[in-house]
Unconditional design. Structure first.
Lengths: 429, 275
């Protein structure tokens, strides 16, 4: 049988395919080298831009900014969790973006110290933007040497979300306020085949919840000391770890929580396979309306003798800030225009109204379309606030702490071993 | 039928294996048409609708069109460069019998011992020093370097199967070394070239770490493997959209495997009969 394609035909087809692929690419991009640093282009590196909460509002804001500043181009580079690593390599090659939008955690804690980004205190004052920032936010973004690491932008409340519909189905009449009530609720939920508290025991969500529970018996100063030094040997810390172990071994957390991530956590809650989660505002904003209707937000239940008088939540003002890079200082006029625009009350209000984001800036806007976010904002003094350890954990200990978290959420791990795992995370750092 | 009964266990094993392969593929494709709720509530149910909403969202959000073009650009050029370098190298090694050639062949094999991750930092330094950091061009040069050991080793083995008499006959007709390579070795090594192309295509297309660090996140330059993870959100990924995006990026791989490979085999058979 005669083959439809000869060897010569095959080679010709291959060459044609190659040419068809390569030529449009070359003509569209002019070269494979891409655009080098252009003085008229402001390069912003961000986690916003695809499906992260707030992305549509952010992209719309960029469009409005471009319209208002036709001579200034803005290029938005997007990364997810790997943003810090990508930024650091760019900085090493002196090709870093001008502005970085990222939270204050892990690697970024060291950026100001090592000169990867610059102190923005002077700019904040010169541009008259200090008064726009909430005082707590400014305090959290200021390092021990008095430098302001970045322009504060997103904040978050981090309450506990309870699906009332699932609790009712399991026969739990009230939101648990104590550890004993939580254990009883977990048993009833499990009897109905519902996972009680879902948590990413293998990532930062588990680390935060573990820290929150350990702080049940810690004052703010004691918590700061424990998370700065890795010394969990104090009485309060030990009692907090024992409280966590009691809850865990009583089945409060979803099965195999030590292997879950933030992704699986939010999915379990949003699909109503789990009744309770510790959720930051951006996660609350993504709870589907039919689940949100039956969801209440509150604090984490306390144990007898707790250092807090009300159930606890976390709050932070360090979720996303605008960091200025050394390259950004060379285009400081463009950076100023961009930050003035992003700090404008109308821009800030749109993030609150359209995306349900909590802001580190002053604003009268309310997240009316995001009832759980608004409910979390209203919690105010009805809950007690635990310390978010992010700013106090040494950068090198951040990742080892995640490993220790996974160990901690593994059933059967004793309180002594949990403490040892936490302390080892600091020693190995 | 007696033969059928005897072969029954083999049939069962083969069909079980086929099902094991098909089930994840079905789950993957079906999920691309579902919402998160459908995926988790009824993972193996048929999609409620066959709308392309998830595909549109994935394509637009992650700018997958540009990313696919970038990946194709880098992959095709890197493949071409790989062949350009590997064919003459393999040709020389296959025809040489001396100790030096044997040592050189071993040097190529030593390339297998270098872990990919270990080369990241030196490669980054090289990219920065050459001014090719944040460019696709560096990857076009770099990827063939990583593929040379495997490509040369495979091609050398294929070329050694070609009888010396073929070359001697051509030499008597006045063929130059280049002519021998072009008109004897390359046509007769097409199975090896096809193997090298396919293996390297997959490696180059799926490369993530170096593309992330070296090319970077610029939507105008990033490859599809760097663009795709931006569809993940730390506070709740839409798995329908993520799966749809993954399906889109797999289409070129599917095309190469089902269309190009088939045509390659046809060409090979054709070439072999003529030879």
């Amino acid at each position: 049988m005669h083959s439809p394609l000869t060897r010569r035909g095959f080679l010709a087809a291959g060459s044609g395919l190659a040419a068809a692929t390569v030529l449009p690419g070359l003509s569209a991009c002019s070269a494979l080298t891409g655009a080098d640093s252009d003085p008229d282009t402001l390069v912003v590196h961000s986690q916003l831009g695809t499906t992260a909460p707030g992305s549509p509002t952010y992209l719309a804001a960029l469009d409005r900014f471009r319209e208002e500043h036709p001579g200034l181009k803005v290029k938005n580079l997007i990364n997810g969790d790997d943003l810090a690593q990508v930024y650091e390599t760019s900085r090493l090659a002196r090709k870093e973006p001008d502005v970085v939008m990222v939270n204050l955690y892990d690697k970024t804690l060291a950026w100001t110290d090592v000169g990867a980004t610059v102190d923005v205190k002077g700019y904040l004052d010169d541009w008259g933007l200090r008064t726009r920032v909430l005082p707590q936010a400014l305090a959290e973004w200021t390092d021990p040497k008095g430098r302001v690491r970045a322009f504060p932008y997103f904040a978050t409340n981090w309450p506990i979300a309870y699906n009332r519909s699932l609790l009712d189905r399991a026969g739990v009449d009230a939101i648990p306020a104590t550890g004993d009530e939580l254990i009883a609720a977990a048993r009833k939920l499990r009897a109905k085949g519902i996972a009680p508290v879902t948590v990413g025991g293998n990532d930062w969500t588990g680390q935060k919840l573990l820290a929150q529970i350990i702080q049940t018996f810690l004052t703010e100063d004691e918590a700061r000391h424990a998370y700065s030094t890795g010394d969990f040997g104090g009485r309060g810390a030990r009692e907090g770890i024992e409280y966590f172990v009691t809850l865990r071994d009583a089945g409060v957390f979803a099965d195999k929580a030590q292997g879950l991530t933030s992704d699986s956590m939010t999915t379990q809650f949003n699909t109503q396979t789990a009744a309770i989660q510790s959720a930051m505002s951006s996660a609350l904003a993504k709870v589907p309306p039919k689940v949100a209707r039956h969801t209440e937000v509150g604090g984490w239940p306390l144990a007898d003798g707790a250092a807090h008088d009300k159930p606890t939540i976390l709050r932070t003002y360090t979720l996303i800030g605008f960091w200025i890079s050394p390259n950004g200082t060379k285009k400081i006029d463009a950076v100023e225009k961009f930050l003035r625009f992003m700090y404008r009350p109308d821009t800030v209000a749109r993030f609150i109204r359209e995306s349900g984001r909590d802001m580190a800036l002053r604003s009268d806007a309310v997240s009316t379309d995001f009832p759980l976010v608004a409910a979390a904002q209203r919690l105010g003094s009805t809950v007690s606030q635990a310390l978010l350890p992010d700013v106090y954990v040494p950068p090198a200990a951040a990742q080892p702490l995640i490993t220790a978290t996974s160990t901690s959420f593994t059933r059967g791990t004793s309180a002594a071993k949990v403490r040892a795992a936490l302390e080892t995370a600091y020693r190995s750092a | 039928m007696k033969l059928g009964k005897r072969w029954l266990p083999a049939h069962i094993l083969v069909w079980t294996y086929a099902v094991l392969l098909i089930v994840p593929l079905y789950y993957f494709l079906a999920s691309a048409f579902k919402s998160n709720e459908e995926i988790f509530a009824h993972p193996f149910a048929l999609p409620g609708s066959l709308g392309f909403g998830n595909f549109r969202t994935a394509y637009d959000s992650a700018d997958l069109g540009t990313a696919v073009v970038n990946s194709a650009l880098v992959t095709v050029l890197a493949l071409a460069l790989t062949l350009l370098l590997a064919l003459p190298a393999a040709f020389a090694l296959a025809r040489s019998t001396g100790r030096l050639a044997s040592a050189m062949e071993k040097v190529f094999s030593l390339g297998f011992l270098i872990p990919t991750f270990a080369a990241l930092f030196p490669t980054f330094l090289l990219a920065a020093a050459t001014g090719l950091f944040h460019t696709r061009l560096f990857m076009v040069f770099f990827l063939p370097a990583t593929a040379m050991p495997l490509s040369v080793v495979i091609l050398v083995q294929f070329m050694r199967t070609i009888p010396r008499e073929m070359e001697e006959a051509a030499r008597m007709d006045g063929a130059s070394t280049y002519t021998v390579l072009r008109h004897i070795y390359i046509p007769m090594c097409l199975p090896g070239i096809a193997t090298v192309l396919l293996l390297n295509f997959l490696t180059f297309w799926n490369e993530y770490l170096y593309s992330l660090v070296i090319i970077g996140p610029d939507p105008e330059q990033r490859t599809v493997q760097v663009a795709l993870p931006t569809l993940k959100a730390i506070t709740g990924t839409d798995y329908g959209v993520l799966t749809a995006g993954t399906v889109l990026t797999l289409i070129p791989v599917w095309v190469v495997y089902t269309v190009l490979q088939k045509r390659m085999q046809q060409a090979l058979i054709n070439g072999a009969v003529k030879a």
